[in-house]
Design a protein around this ligand. Structure first.
Ligand code: NAD
Length: 404
């Protein structure tokens, strides 16, 4: 098995990799780096064969396209906001069998609109601006929208899309307050359209395998988690503004370990402690926090400690500790190359995901397509985004920096 590296060329790479590693050759990286070629260690033949089967399975992903319902028409998505994440999502739709991009919504119809409509064969009549957005109502080729806008715009465009009768796949964080999340859920319910939040790692096979190991009881009763997502955000980014970002690192990066831990435990955290800190005085963090560390305790007694930052170099990881074993995902939340290691059922585990960008997005787009075509509930519905936002509000409050 080989470590990823070459697929890590998209948003996170562009934003963070330079600050993390510069242009370092992977051969210069420490042997523990997830970007290094990887050797299978301490694993017997049976375990290796089993993990190889998982690895192979992750390249032949369980696509809805492979099911009997593939005869259905692909779900047509309108991408709203043609930035970095939408670029990946559109590439994913081009690879998907049950989803395709059929329309664009952009403030730059003459540049980005022309570029992407040429790439994906979209007619000029299906390129909308934010002003003409509501006309998507009349376009029968649009089943759903993909909201790839700054956080504070998610609510408005979700509500407007629902009012136009379109299903909504909305990026994380769902919005910038729990009140907005509720508004979005209500609007979609009233319009009888589906709402899914784009928590892509829910659809990643390595993550699914970690969850399967936990559910099999091989690490015993869950006891604690340690989550971390640290990086460097560039000055001038909308993410560093309160108006568009809604908050700082917690809203954008801390949400990953938060969501993962909630997802794995199936519980809602009850008690929070938190500290927020902004050391850098360059002006980059005038409006939002630089770093946040927090703890959460769940009703069962499970405890978690997490950190996130827009101004630090550090791991992107999740440690999951049980009474009989443990798992570590590191990197945990990247677009590919998820590395799962640990000890479960008395055996070592050491495995890298083999899918490459944008495969998580293909799975996500196809999952929502399946929900739409076959009237299923999305695995990560709007309610999931609301629950994360309630925790985010509680963490900011515990840190003495309330946002709601
Ligand atoms: P981006 O800056 O690259 O793209 C934002 C898009 O919104 C651009 O096309 C921009 O033109 C448009 N836009 C419209 N009005 C704007 C305004 N007033 N200010 C700034 N841009 C405006 O951002 P991105 O990294 O693609 O992030 C978009 C959303 O996707 C965010 O909510 C972010 O949290 C989420 N995201 C999710 C993931 C993931 O892995 N799921 C990764 C990155 C970003």
């Amino acid at each position: 098995m080989e470590c990823k590296g070459e697929g890590y060329t998209t948003y996170l790479a562009e934003s963070f990799k330079k600050s993390w590693m510069g242009d370092v050759e992977t051969s210069l990286l420490p042997s523990t780096s997830p970007f290094r070629p990887h050797k299978v260690l301490d694993m017997d033949r049976r375990e290796f064969t089993k993990l190889s089967v998982f690895a192979l399975a992750s390249t032949c992903l369980p696509s809805y396209a492979q099911s009997a319902s593939f005869s259905q028409k692909p779900v047509g998505y309108a991408a709203i906001g043609l930035g970095r994440i939408s670029d990946i999502f559109m590439r994913a739709c081009a690879q998907a069998q049950t989803a395709k991009i059929t329309a664009l919504v952009t403030g730059h119809p003459d540049t980005k609109g022309v570029k992407y409509s040429a790439l994906y064969g979209i007619p000029k009549t299906a390129v909308y601006t934010y002003e003409t957005f509501d006309r998507i109502l009349d376009n029968k080729d649009i089943d759903a929208v993909y909201v790839g806008l700054p956080n504070s715009m998610h609510c408005e465009y979700t509500v407007r899309a629902a009012q136009a009768g379109k299903h909504v796949l909305c990026e994380k964080p769902m919005a910038i307050s729990s009140a907005e999340c509720r508004q979005m859920i209500d609007a979609c319910r009233q319009a009888n359209v589906k709402l899914m939040i784009a928590y892509r790692v829910h659809y990643d096979p390595t993550w699914m395998q970690a969850i399967e190991i936990i559910q099999s009881g091989k690490i015993g009763q869950l006891e604690s988690f340690q989550g971390s997502f640290l990086g460097q955000e560039q000055a001038g980014e909308w993410r560093l503004t309160r108006k568009l970002g809604g908050g700082g690192a917690l809203m954008d990066l801390g949400i990953y370990p938060l969501n993962a831990i909630r997802h794995i435990t199936g519980e809602e955290p009850a008690d929070f402690t938190a500290v927020v800190s902004t050391r850098e005085q360059s002006g980059r963090f005038n409006e939002v926090e630089q770093s946040m560390e927090w703890t959460m305790k769940f009703p069962s007694g499970i405890i978690a400690s997490c950190g996130c930052s827009y101004g630090q170099v550090g791991p992107c990881s999740l440690g999951i500790n049980g009474e009989k074993g443990y798992l570590v995902l590191e990197p945990a939340f990247y677009y590919d190359g998820i590395h799962l290691r640990g000890e479960a059922g008395g055996r070592p585990i050491d495995q890298f995901g083999t899918g490459k960008v944008p495969f998580q997005f293909v799975l996500e787009a196809e999952h929502f397509a399946d929900c739409i075509r076959n009237n299923k509930q999305p695995e990560s519905p709007g309610e999931e985004g609301l629950k994360d936002m309630l925790s985010i509000e509680a963490i900011y409050k515990a840190a003495g920096a309330p946002i709601a």
